[in-house]
Design a protein around this ligand. Structure first.
Ligand code: COA
Length: 346
């Protein structure tokens, strides 16, 4: 009985910030941003908190899975921008949705790789047989850590949330097939938020020096992402005894369209297999994979048996890939758009 995805949901903040809006804020242009990243616009949370977005995404995923909140046995929230250092955003979401008390609820910090890491943890929890239904949320209000005066980073990020319900399937050929996950702490300085943790607590000095914002060496991250992720993708395919030609959808963390295309080209994957929504949302960190997965599912493109190659990379550095054979029939509720109109803020 392999672990599999039983339901998907997403939530987005209302406010849209376009490249043209950014042109008025920093020395940049729509042309530069689009050519270098593939981004046209992103969402920015104003009144919505990280747990608001995560709770709404999870609510939608539960509806899709046809489950009630009481049926959730464990809740993992992957986030690089949790609402507080503690308590966990998972506990805040648990309270908002009225999940039962007899659950495991915790945050997972693996930055933009968080959803993929979370999928591996959920897979292990399901395979342990101690948990039947695991809710996995990727939720971000990452723009809270963006320096809107730094053109190197502010054009890249956006907010949002996506969620998946992981359970098991009696069909042995479906579900989560293989994982390859990595971390390399020697590359931590390449992408970090230096202050606000116990290492550099908030002070007038840290605020003055903008140490609470994302700092990034973009070119280095770009090169490592392509090299490392392509190799992890090859590994998961090998473990599953599959070839790039068997992949129906290549769904990589939406950080930069050029990074995604470069990985796909190293793998020999054709353009029509690449899932892209970065133009509309930018880099939503741990939320990007579940949002993109929810969108292709809602579009009706995923068929039972579709082979999905998932890939991610982020601060840590962390990176990895996973192979999923889609096991769910397309939901009529979603097809009619009823759920979206009712529950999504977009
Ligand atoms: N608008 C206009 N010009 C900009 C700019 C912006 N928003 N940001 C940077 N530039 C300038 C730079 O200052 C530089 O100018 P210079 O040549 O006069 O010094 C020039 O554009 C080229 O900068 P460079 O950093 O070489 O560009 P790039 O092609 O590497 O693209 C990134 C920059 C950030 C888009 C790219 O490196 C990237 O996406 N890296 C990965 C980052 C990432 O995905 N991080 C999250 C991982 S989860």
């Amino acid at each position: 009985m392999p672990a599999t995805i039983l339901g998907l949901g997403m939530a987005l903040p209302k406010k849209v910030l376009t490249n043209f809006d950014l042109e008025k804020m920093v020395d940049t242009s729509d042309k530069w941003i689009f050519e270098r990243t593939g981004i046209k616009e992103r969402r920015v949370a104003e009144n919505e908190s990280c747990s608001d977005l995560g709770a709404l995404a999870l609510k939608n995923a539960l509806i899709d899975a046809d489950l009630s909140p009481e049926e959730v046995d464990a809740l993992i929230v992957a986030s690089g921008s949790p609402e507080m250092i503690f308590p966990s955003t998972a506990c805040l979401i648990q309270e908002k949705l009225g999940l039962k008390k007899e659950i495991l609820a915790f945050d997972l910090q693996a930055a933009c790789s968080g959803f993929l890491y979370g999928l591996a943890v959920a897979d292990a929890l399901i395979n342990s047989k101690a948990y039947k239904k695991v809710a996995l949320v990727g939720a971000e209000k990452i723009t809270a850590f963006v320096d809107w005066e730094d053109r190197n980073t502010c054009v890249l990020f956006g907010d949002g949330a996506g969620a998946a319900i992981i359970g098991s399937t009696p069909q042995a050929e479906f579900g989560l097939v293989s994982f390859s996950l990595y971390a390399d702490g020697s590359k931590a300085p390449l992408l970090c938020i230096p202050a606000g943790g116990s290492g550099m607590p908030a002070s007038p000095e840290t605020i003055k020096n903008k140490k609470h914002f994302i700092q990034m060496q973009g070119r280095e991250v770009f090169k490592l992402a392509v090299k490392n992720v392509a190799s992890a993708c090859q590994e998961v395919l090998k473990k599953a005894k599959l070839f790039p030609a068997d992949v129906d959808f290549f769904l990589a963390h939406q950080a930069n369209e050029r990074i995604i295309n470069a990985i796909a080209s190293q793998l020999g994957l054709s353009a029509e297999k690449i899932v892209l929504n970065i133009s509309r949302y930018g880099n939503t960190s741990a939320a990007s994979i579940p949002i993109a997965l929810t969108e292709i599912y809602n579009s009706g493109k995923l068929k039972k048996g579709s082979v999905i190659l998932l890939a991610a990379f982020g601060s840590g550095l962390t990176w990895g890939a996973a192979l999923l054979r889609w096991s769910k029939d397309f939901s009529r509720k979603v097809k009619n758009g009823e759920r979206d109109a009712e529950n999504q803020n977009n």
